[in-house]
Design a protein around this ligand. Structure first.
Ligand SMILES: [Zn+2]
Length: 298
């Protein structure tokens, strides 16, 4: 499989000189399966450039788009994803659905005429929906598993496996502790219960989900200092991402979903901070800080 990052930022796009090396687009990652089939992880602003690139490749497009949750930074690029406007293309959008949150409705919502001139129903591509909770399904020749993570609203993480290889994508997730439970006021009761029912450390839910993966892309929104001021917002600092990677025994960790306040210089410092921590703790996985345009095979 191959990974290519098209947007690595959390919350809001941050274009400009200070973010040009890591990139300012919000969450979008292209995953190419071994047989060439395409799975897109999230539809933040980065998906616009991915769409242009796919059109340049000149073939009709058939892809799954796995969306973690309906916050802007994960959906905002979709109305600008040009392959959705082209007849003959087939897009299957998968994402969380609950009693009060219908997948088709939340995807269509941002294209309501108040916000955008073209409605979802007017798009020319064939668009199907795959509503998810915690379950698994086949996407082309791959298996996709989903898990609810600790982030406001219904938010999923994904594990995609094919031919003995696996990648785990957890873009937005906060460490959960029984003591800090009261701080997750935006959380969904059902998800909080899943954490509370976990035997031992509640975060073992995530660790077990990521167990033995070749690649883990994990929320690294904050520095430890920034995190202290944002407990309950649904995100991790890089130390927690390192801990999950080490406990799960993954081969490669990609830091992802950076806070808009972290410019290139600060992100370089974070990478140094991670390397120090890894030395200190004896962690041996490969570290990568996701950057727009960076790609690798595994
Ligand atoms: Zn986000």
């Amino acid at each position: 499989m191959q990974v290519k990052f098209w947007g690595v930022r959390g919350s809001i796009a941050t274009p400009g000189h200070a973010t040009k090396r890591y990139g300012g687009n919000t969450a979008c990652t292209e995953l190419t399966l071994d047989d060439g089939n395409l799975i897109i992880l999230d539809a933040g602003t980065g998906i616009r450039s991915l769409g242009e690139d796919l059109i340049k490749r000149g073939k009709s497009i058939s892809a799954y788009i796995l969306i973690t949750h309906p916050h802007w930074d994960h959906i905002q690029g979709f109305p600008f994803f040009r392959p959705a406007f082209i007849q003959g293309n087939v897009l299957r959008i998968a994402g969380p659905e609950a009693k009060d949150l219908k997948l088709r409705e939340w995807v269509a919502g941002q294209m309501d005429k108040v916000y955008f001139p073209v409605k979802l129903s007017e798009l020319e591509a064939t668009i199907d929906f795959v509503p998810l909770s915690e379950n698994s399904f086949r996407a082309f020749d791959a298996t996709v598993e989903s898990i609810f993570v600790n982030h406001p609203g219904y938010t999923l993480g994904y594990r995609i496996s094919q031919g003995g290889k696996a990648i785990v994508y957890i873009s937005d997730n906060e460490p959960f502790s029984r003591e800090s439970r009261h701080l997750f006021t935006n959380g969904v009761g059902e998800t909080i219960k899943l954490y509370e029912n976990q035997i031992g450390d509640p975060n073992n839910r995530i660790v077990n989900f990521a167990k033995g993966a070749d690649v883990l892309i994990h929320d690294s929104t904050y520095t430890p200092e920034l995190y202290k001021a944002h407990i309950g917002w649904g995100h991790s600092d890089y130390l927690f991402a390192l801990k999950v990677a080490a406990s799960a025994g993954v081969r490669k960790l990609c830091l992802f979903h950076y806070d808009p306040s972290l410019d290139d210089e600060k992100l370089d410092e974070i990478v140094d901070g991670c390397k120090n921590e890894m030395r200190k703790m004896g962690y041996s996985f490969e570290l990568c800080a996701a950057k727009e345009g960076y790609k690798f095979k595994f």
